[in-house]
Design a protein around this ligand. Structure first.
Ligand SMILES: Nc1ncnc2c1ncn2[C@@H]1O[C@H](COP(=O)(O)OP(=O)(O)OP(=O)(O)O)[C@@H](O)[C@H]1O
Ligand SMILES: [Mg+2]
Length: 194
């Protein structure tokens, strides 16, 4: 009988590491991209094969024709989950920094990816008022001015994860502290080697 740790980190008799998807969900400006970039550097420095799929880039490169209606968001999340799962199937660590506002879409993503790899849902749990204050892209300002429809947190819903694997605080903390929380979780669960 293999122990939990072994089961979680190796996929087969070959002993190859099982891949991993770390999905960072949260409101616009919560810090998903910032935390993911810190994590990317940390994991890269450990010699792990790691890739970041970031929301802005995916919107430009993978789903340029899709808007932000619920149905289009669902399609975008399904594509992202498919891509992340396929990459992770190779044994890589895949960081996904995408809002994914609907619990149903996140559940589907987990179901698909768990066929190939480990899946960790991280809620970057920055409260709305802090995100609004940060507003690094000026999008909240435009949404409140009525210039953007379907903007998550203002004119489109964000369903907070009820039961994320990990919830990360960013308010009043340095980005490196927030990404360190994720790294520590991954180490403690044996998903990445110490
Ligand atoms: N502890 C922290 N962790 C992450 N970001 C932080 C933290 N403290 C402050 N910030 C700031 O919050 C902002 C977060 O912006 P970022 O682009 O990472 O958010 P996002 O969740 O990727 O948003 P979007 O959904 O629009 O892509 C950055 O300006 C970052 O410097
Ligand atoms: Mg981002």
């Amino acid at each position: 009988v293999r122990d939990v740790r072994e089961r979680r980190t190796s996929s087969s008799a070959t002993g190859k590491r099982r891949g991993l998807v770390v999905w960072l969900t949260g409101l616009p400006a919560a810090g998903k991209t910032t935390v993911a970039k810190g994590l990317l550097d940390d994991l890269d420095a450990r010699g792990l094969v790691v890739e970041l799929l970031d929301g802005d880039e995916l919107r430009r490169r993978l789903s340029p024709e899709l808007g932000f209606s619920p149905a289009e968001r669902e399609r975008h999340i399904a594509r992202t989950a498919w891509l992340a799962g396929r990459l992770a199937r190779t044994g890589a660590v895949v960081l996904v920094a995408v809002i994914a506002p609907y619990a149903e879409g996140r559940r589907h993503a987990r179901e698909e990816i768990e066929q190939y790899a480990e899946f960790v849902e991280v809620h970057v749990a920055t409260p709305l008022h802090v995100c609004v204050e940060r507003d690094p892209k000026g999008l909240y300002r435009r949404a409140f001015a009525g210039e953007l429809t379907d903007f998550t947190g203002v004119s489109a819903p964000y369903e907070r994860p009820a039961n994320p694997d990990l919830s990360v605080e960013t308010t009043g903390r340095a980005p490196s502290e927030s990404s360190a929380d994720v790294l520590l979780y991954l180490e403690r669960t044996g998903l990445v080697p110490r």
